[in-house]
Design a protein around this ligand. Structure first.
Ligand code: COA
Ligand code: MG
Length: 307
């Protein structure tokens, strides 16, 4: 575990629910949902003529709804728009104490992260906020993918890198045939960017999260995307519809059997070490220090979930 991971707040992000900030009804539904994390959107889910009014709706929703243990996040508009700075100022001045993180879309370079870091610092000082607001960024532009290591290292506020395959496809010119899922490309079209993002996130103590899957009436395809992301080290996936929450919670949680096995092997290994042995066999499988590191990831996840 890197030092930055120890100092950053640990939050569950198995399911990140995207909710249009212009819809009071959907925000109320989101507050009562089972998602670990909810982001109230000012960007693509909100039409330009509704963006300014959505800021106040989000402030009210954050202040007045019961969000339980959820991580409360707001996605602002990208830094190339006229909206971004006022999104941050209005939402944080209006509901800073009721907000955990700000999500920044279309991040291209480290200075984009520094901009939000500095702006949040100014507002926090003005308001006397004692709890640091975190930052999550979307990697969905080719420039962002190229600069991903510098982006991941840009601020101690950073908690999470998200792969946004929709905009990313547009940015790179990938032909996905209309759905945010696997195409006819031999192999998995998302293998490289997911793998790259998960490496950068882990190296900097951040969570790696997989973005949206538009076909919300296809739970099997959604589950498969979750499994692929989870296998590569992502901790969760977006839900754009409530139907996608349960499958993500399930796939991104280790099974009770996997947790029991991890704890059993870790205990067997601790005993072996006490006897002065570096490797041991349990049920016909060799367990050594590397196996223990892998199992520790399962045990850490289980502890966060409370299993
Ligand atoms: N968050 C909270 N509630 C949602 C929701 C969401 N993302 N998506 C749907 N719901 C609610 C609906 O309001 C509806 O509530 P009701 O049963 O009380 O009437 C219920 O869940 C079922 O929704 P359904 O009728 O199946 O879909 P819809 O036609 O109302 O909405 C979308 C479909 C795609 C428009 C909607 O899911 C949506 O806006 N998703 C988010 C889009 C987004 O955030 N995009 C940007 C990120 S990629
Ligand atoms: Mg996008």
């Amino acid at each position: 575990m890197t030092d930055s991971l120890k100092t950053r707040p640990r939050r569950l992000r198995r399911s990140q629910l995207s909710v249009p900030g212009s819809s009071e009804k959907m925000m109320a539904k989101a507050a009562g949902s089972a998602a670990d994390h909810v982001f109230l959107d000012l960007e693509d889910a909100v039409a330009p003529n509704a963006k300014v009014a959505a800021r106040a709706k989000i402030v009210t929703a954050l202040r007045e709804l019961d969000w339980g243990n959820k991580t409360r996040c707001v996605r602002i508009n990208d830094l190339g728009t006229e909206y971004a700075y006022e999104d941050v100022i209005t939402v944080v001045e209006g509901a800073g104490e009721y907000l955990d993180t700000i999500m920044v879309p279309k991040v291209k370079a480290a200075h984009d992260v520094m901009w939000i870091d500095i702006l949040l610092g100014q507002i926090e000082r003005k308001l006397g906020l004692t709890r640091r607001i975190g930052v999550e960024v979307l990697i969905e532009e080719v420039e962002g993918m190229m600069n991903i290591d510098a982006i991941a290292a840009a601020s101690p506020r950073l908690e999470c890198l998200i792969f946004g395959m929709g905009d990313y496809s547009a940015s790179q010119g990938i032909d996905i045939g209309g759905a945010f899922g696997p195409s006819g490309y031999p192999g998995d079209i998302w293998h490289y960017p997911r793998y790259r993002l998960a490496i950068a996130a882990r190296a900097h103590g951040l969570d790696a999260v997989d973005g949206p899957f538009a076909d919300f009436r296809n739970p099997e395809a959604y589950r498969e995307e979750c499994r692929r992301a989870m296998t590569l080290g992502c901790v969760g996936k977006w839900a754009i519809h409530p139907a996608q929450i349960e499958p993500a919670l399930e796939v991104f949680s280790p099974s009770a059997e996997a947790v029991a096995r991890a704890r059993k092997l870790a205990a067997a290994y601790a005993e072996a070490q006490a006897r002065g042995e570096g490797a041991v066999q349990v049920d016909g499988v060799m367990v050594d220090v590397a196996s223990i590191r892998i199992l520790q990831n399962v045990i850490d996840k289980a502890e966060m979930i409370g299993m």
